[in-house]
Design a protein around this ligand. Structure first.
Ligand code: FPP
Length: 236
């Protein structure tokens, strides 16, 4: 059983294995993303129900643009469908939704919808769901370094004032804190440029389950295993 008193403050999920799930069924890869999006919704709302406060999901990386154009368009369509659904149900679901990444590449209707769902859900106090879109951990750190350099060049920041704490506040969100638990299904054991700064002391949970097969009980198991870990943060 999960101990509700010792939940991880912030969980990250790398939603991996959609393509393989589809290929195993003789379906086009995008069918895996459609199935994965359904699971994403189920898991996000389940995370809210068990009392998690912060969940960040890796939906589209800065490197994913190199996929075939058709697949990229399908993922964007899946994102738009998720937002449309969230716009219809946000009053009932009450999840605060945000996007993390370089969002300057999104424009038109998609960008308007992204802004709209962020705006209408911004005051929900329960779960904050960060959807990483055009996200890369290295890009995020460079983005913060540029902010610091800009402030320094204007004389507004002294090099000695740059600390892990102050630098952390210059990342995409100043309140997207340390990740306690990173979950990666599909058998891969890589961080793949996900929340590099925030994962400094994260616990990892891997599984061979492909993302479209991931169930609430798997999230439970990841949290139960996390609660058995002895976190030392470099101490003894
Ligand atoms: C990785 O699996 C998955 C992605 C790059 C897309 C993730 C998208 C979703 C789970 C749908 C929800 C998305 C949004 C935008 C809300 P993969 O395609 O790399 O799988 P593979 O390793 O088996 O090929």
């Amino acid at each position: 059983m999960i101990d509700p008193e010792r939940l991880p403050e912030h969980v990250g999920i790398i939603m991996d294995g959609n393509g393989r799930w589809a290929q195993k069924r003789g379906l086009p890869r995008y069918a895996g993303h459609v199935a994965g999006a359904q699971v994403f919704k189920t898991i996000a709302y389940y995370a809210r129900d068990i009392g998690l406060k912060n969940l960040t999901v890796y939906a589209f990386s800065t490197e994913n643009w190199s996929r075939p154009q058709e697949e990229v368009s399908r993922i964007m369509k899946v994102l738009e469908e998720f937002i449309d659904d969230a716009l219809n149900t946000f009053e009932k679901e009450r999840v605060r939704i945000r996007f993390i990444g370089d969002l300057s590449v999104f424009s038109g209707t998609l960008s308007e919808k992204m802004n709209r769902i962020v705006d209408v859900t911004k005051d929900f106090p329960g779960l904050t769901l960060n959807v990483a879109m055009n996200y890369g951990g290295q890009h995020e750190i460079v983005h913060a370094a540029r902010k610091a350099a800009e402030l320094a060049s204007k004389g507004l920041l002294k090099p000695e004032d740059i600390t892990p704490e102050s630098f952390g506040k210059m990342l995409y969100f100043d309140d997207c804190d340390a990740v306690d638990l990173v979950i990666r299904p599909s058998g891969e054991k890589r961080l793949s440029n996900f929340l590099l700064w925030q994962s400094a002391y994260a616990e990892f949970w891997y599984s061979d389950i492909l993302w479209p097969d991931f169930k609430p009980k798997d999230l439970d198991q990841a949290i139960i295993d996390y609660q058995k870990r002895n976190r030392r943060f470099g101490g003894v």
